[in-house]
Design a protein around this ligand. Structure first.
Ligand SMILES: Nc1ncnc2c1ncn2[C@@H]1O[C@H](COP(=O)(O)OP(=O)(O)O)[C@@H](O)[C@H]1O
Ligand SMILES: N[C@@H](CCC(=O)OP(=O)(O)O)C(=O)O
Length: 264
């Protein structure tokens, strides 16, 4: 297996729970650390694609809503407001390190059709220009996702990693890694450091659902790993609370759960 430090092109997915406080407002300290660390990895020679959730959460905060809207159009309105705030923030923070960002709003369906070549070309061109692409689901278009309450970016990020032919896909969540049971409901849950195959047992331990602000849960993360595995891409699931741990990861220290296919 190629060392993590040798992986050049990385896709990093951050969830709502990493970016926001429980109030729905931006977790400024966390986001500043995340951007600083990603900027440093970029300066060290990595190509970085960021897949960022948080539009609905930030929109809720900005509109002063206490709860996530239940109806699709409410969620879409929140996403439309929050996406501006999200990109404004990334643009500002990355510019402190003289890094330019780009916004890509995609849907999984577009990526699976012929138009994926357009996305591939855009990503390649942006990366060759030294830009950090920031991807989110185009929530005002992808209504079926929102209606199903799945509205998750985990598999979108895995598809982006596939299209970009990433060397590593990192998912940052509100949890240290994959556990043998949901640690939020069992005190004796143990973290699994390495997973080499997605078996029914692994799917079983990921059965739990979700936090207040996020939408995906562990199930969608395992589905994302399966998409990445099909393209031969390794995945790291780690806690977004401590973005600085990315330094440890790229110094080849164990961080979170590494999903690496047996024969990779
Ligand atoms: N086996 C498991 N290992 C780790 N977390 C699990 C497991 N099963 C369920 N979960 C839950 O999944 C949550 C992470 O998913 P989610 O709330 O969607 O986060 P994010 O917003 O980062 O995508 C954890 O907080 C945890 O409660
Ligand atoms: N596109 C939505 C995605 C919501 C979502 O996937 O949330 P999460 O489970 O925290 O990754 C948003 O930006 O709010």
């Amino acid at each position: 297996m190629k060392k993590i430090s040798e992986r050049k092109r990385i896709v990093v997915k951050v969830g709502t729970s990493t970016l926001t406080h429980k109030t729905g407002r931006l977790n400024i300290r966390r986001v500043e650390q995340l951007v600083k660390t990603l900027a440093d990895l970029y300066n060290a020679g990595h190509e970085v694609i960021l897949v960022s959730s948080g539009a609905i959460g930030l929109g809720m905060g900005k509109l002063g809503l206490r709860e996530r809207p239940k109806d699709t159009k409410g969620k879409q309105a929140c996403a439309a407001v929050g996406q501006c705030e999200l990109m404004y923030m990334y643009d500002n923070l990355f510019s402190n390190y003289s890094i330019t960002v780009a916004q890509l709003l995609l849907t999984k369906y577009i990526l699976l059709e012929d138009r994926r070549t357009n996305v591939e070309n855009s990503l390649e061109t942006l990366l060759s220009m030294g830009v950090i692409p920031v991807v989110n689901e185009n929530d005002t278009v992808a209504i079926d996702e929102l209606e199903l309450e799945v509205g998750e970016n985990d598999s979108l990020a895995a598809i982006v990693a596939t299209i970009a032919k990433a060397d590593l896909f990192i998912m940052m969540s509100d949890i240290d890694g994959l556990f043998d049971k949901d640690p939020n409901s069992s005190d004796d849950a143990q973290m699994i450091p390495v997973v080499q195959e997605i078996t029914d047992e692994i799917r079983g331990v990921a059965g739990g659902v979700t936090t207040n602000v996020g939408t995906g849960g562990m199930r969608t993360k395992i589905r994302a790993v399966e998409i990445a595995f099909e393209a031969g891409i390794d995945v790291v699931l780690m806690n977004g609370k401590t973005p600085k741990k990315l330094y440890d990861l790229f110094e080849d220290k164990p961080v979170g759960t590494l999903f690496t296919k047996k024969d990779s």
